[in-house]
Design a protein around this ligand. Structure first.
Ligand code: ZN
Ligand code: ZN
Length: 206
């Protein structure tokens, strides 16, 4: 389940036995489960509001499409008409307008291609906690939608949590990630700590 008004996934918390509301920026590791194809299923490790890290299995449509809210059955009161209306209708219009303008719900920088590429929550491999990186920013390892190669991006939590919200600039680590024998998680930490982060202004490259 996805709460489109708060941009949070409702995932099971084994500590409280209830559903916790979890934003994309609280994901830590996302891995595709081998074997599951229709739908694809992802194993998501996340930092729960209860203070513990848990794991959840999330189907592809929930992970990538539910945040766009176009299938949502939630309603809101339209202040202009005073009527209850479907959130989905509003969000579908919003999505159509954005796509027509050539923008995507999530955008990341692909270093091997030197280009902005669309992404999805399922494109993330690792997400570093906000407090690791200072003010409101998180490091992510993203698998490129187009070339399948990986780049470390440094973005705001809103860039991850709010579909269609794009930071004005994205910092990235100008190192190729894939050609290395080091375990991916360890390499991700190294690149975040040591990599010369370069800035790309989305307005300039978009
Ligand atoms: Zn929990
Ligand atoms: Zn690419």
């Amino acid at each position: 389940m996805f709460d489109t008004l708060r941009n949070r996934y409702a995932l099971n918390c084994p500590e409280t036995g209830e559903r916790a509301l979890v934003p994309v920026s609280a994901f830590r590791v996302v891995r595709r489960l081998r074997g599951a194809t229709s739908p694809a299923v992802f194993r998501v490790e996340f930092d729960c509001p209860c203070g513990t890290r848990h794991e959840a299995l999330v189907a592809h449509d929930l992970l990538d499409w539910a945040p766009l809210g176009t299938d949502s059955s939630e309603t809101f009161t339209n202040l202009a008409t005073g009527r209850r209306e479907l959130v989905a209708v509003e969000l579908l219009e919003q999505a159509t307008t954005h796509l027509r303008k050539g923008s995507w719900p999530w955008t990341f920088w692909c270093h091997p291609e030197s280009a902005l590429r669309p992404g999805f929550p399922s494109s993330l491999r690792f997400v570093s906690p906000e407090h690791d990186h200072g003010t409101g920013q998180v490091g992510v390892l993203v698998r490129c939608f187009s070339c399948q190669r990986h780049t470390v991006n440094i973005v705001s939590t809103d860039h991850l949590d709010v579909p269609w919200h794009n930071d004005d600039k994205i910092a990235y680590v100008a190192q190729v990630f894939d050609r290395d024998a080091v375990a991916p998680e360890e390499r991700f930490r190294h690149q975040l700590e040591d990599g010369p982060a370069r800035l790309r202004w989305l307005r300039d490259v978009g």
